[in-house]
Design a protein around this ligand. Structure first.
Ligand code: SAM
Length: 355
């Protein structure tokens, strides 16, 4: 199992994402003898071994089934154990594209939090890149360290540190170069403006460096912009990613004649209902007097042959785009999209300005 490359078949010890439903994806480490219990049945880990990633698996007892997925940073973000608020894919992908994160990039990230973004950074920079991530909350640091190591993110180094007070300088592990020398900075901190003055010591002095500060309040943005300006950062710009999914479909164009037809139809059904009720009532009364009543008049019966189509009411089902009708293209927004609405403040440091 690896976040860097895919493999075909599930083996013991793999991290597998069990896709139970759209809103429930459960990460499991495949362990001999273990069971995954869900409300749709239970699933033996032993039977997962040897299955192909992406395959569907039926439950032991019960009627349900799950899909066994290969981990990716995008899927991990949707299934990880939350220790903090996290950065979701609509934001992380935009930030990485905008800061030009690529294979070999050297990233500085604080705080690590639930390491959601750390996974995306680690994959994007590949085995030639380096991610230096910092977290000051000890239990969270320990959890993240265990997770990053367990997931084989060997290009990532986590440090237990309060970066706002103590900066970013560290003793760099041998295979991470001689110094941090970052060319991309991402700050997801309550007060990024207190960390910004510490950056010149750890960023590249020969390449342009990009920074993104992720803050939920505009007051934080204002303070961050001030600190960026005071510390020589340029091209400062703030954006908000409002990620939405759009559904595109065809909507039938209805004519005024259809409306009139439908209203007549409703009126005629109503009349028929009234007449039927009246008829039933009178029959009830006449039965008592043993008298036979005539049927309701033909004109009051609704003509419903089951053929044709009533665009506003009951009738045969119409396939979207049926050429017998007129259609227009419409779009609808999906209301619930997972994205953390924060402001993203971007800026750049030119090599000659680092000092
Ligand atoms: N970006 C992360 C993710 O996608 O999972 C979430 C980061 S979370 C919102 C912010 C983290 O910053 C918290 O875990 C917090 O403990 C940490 N933090 C806050 N102030 C810090 C500081 N001065 N130094 C290091 N970490 C800090």
């Amino acid at each position: 199992m690896s976040f860097f490359k895919f493999k075909d078949y599930i083996e013991e010890g793999d991290l597998v994402l069990a896709f139970i439903s759209r809103g429930t994806i459960k990460p499991i480490t495949v362990t001999k003898g273990a069971l995954l219990n869900t409300r749709y049945g239970h699933y033996e880990h032993d039977k997962m071994i040897g299955l192909k990633y992406g395959e569907q698996m039926g439950g032991e007892k019960g009627y349900g089934f799950i899909h066994l997925l290969h981990p990716t940073p995008e899927m991990w973000t949707l299934s990880l154990p939350h220790r903090t608020q996290i950065v979701y894919t609509p934001d992380s992908s935009y930030i990485m594209q905008r800061l030009g994160v690529t294979s070999g990039s050297r990233i500085i990230e604080a705080g690590t939090g639930s390491a959601s973004f750390s996974h995306s950074f680690a994959r994007a920079i590949g085995l030639d890149g380096r991610l230096f991530t910092y977290e000051f909350h000890e239990p969270r640091y320990l959890e993240a360290k265990k997770e990053l190591e367990g997931h084989g993110l060997v290009n990532t180094h986590i440090t237990h540190r309060d970066v706002c007070n103590d900066g970013f300088e560290i003793e760099v592990p041998a295979n991470f170069g001689t110094e941090v020398n970052g060319d991309v900075v991402f700050l997801d901190l309550p007060s990024p403006w207190t960390a910004i003055p510490h950056l010149p010591k750890v960023i590249s002095k020969v390449r342009q460096v990009g920074i993104c500060c992720f803050s939920p309040c505009i007051e934080q943005v204002a303070k961050t912009v001030e600190a960026l300006q005071q510390n020589g950062w340029t091209n400062i710009e703030m954006v908000e990613v409002a990620g939405r999914r759009w559904e595109a479909r065809k909507d039938m164009v209805r004519d005024i004649k259809d409306v009139v037809k439908r209203l007549k139809d409703i009126q005629s059904r109503k009349n028929q209902g009234i007449e039927n009720r009246r008829h039933a009532k009178v029959i009830g009364e006449k039965r008592d007097h043993s008298e036979v009543l005539p049927e309701p008049s033909e004109s009051s019966k609704v003509q419903n042959t089951g053929k044709g189509f009533n665009p506003f009411g009951k009738g045969i089902r119409i396939r979207e785009g049926d050429e017998q009708f007129q259609w227009r293209n419409v779009t609808k927004i999906e209301t619930e999209v997972k994205s953390h609405t924060s402001y993203l403040t971007f800026a750049y440091m030119l090599p000659e300005r680092v000092e």
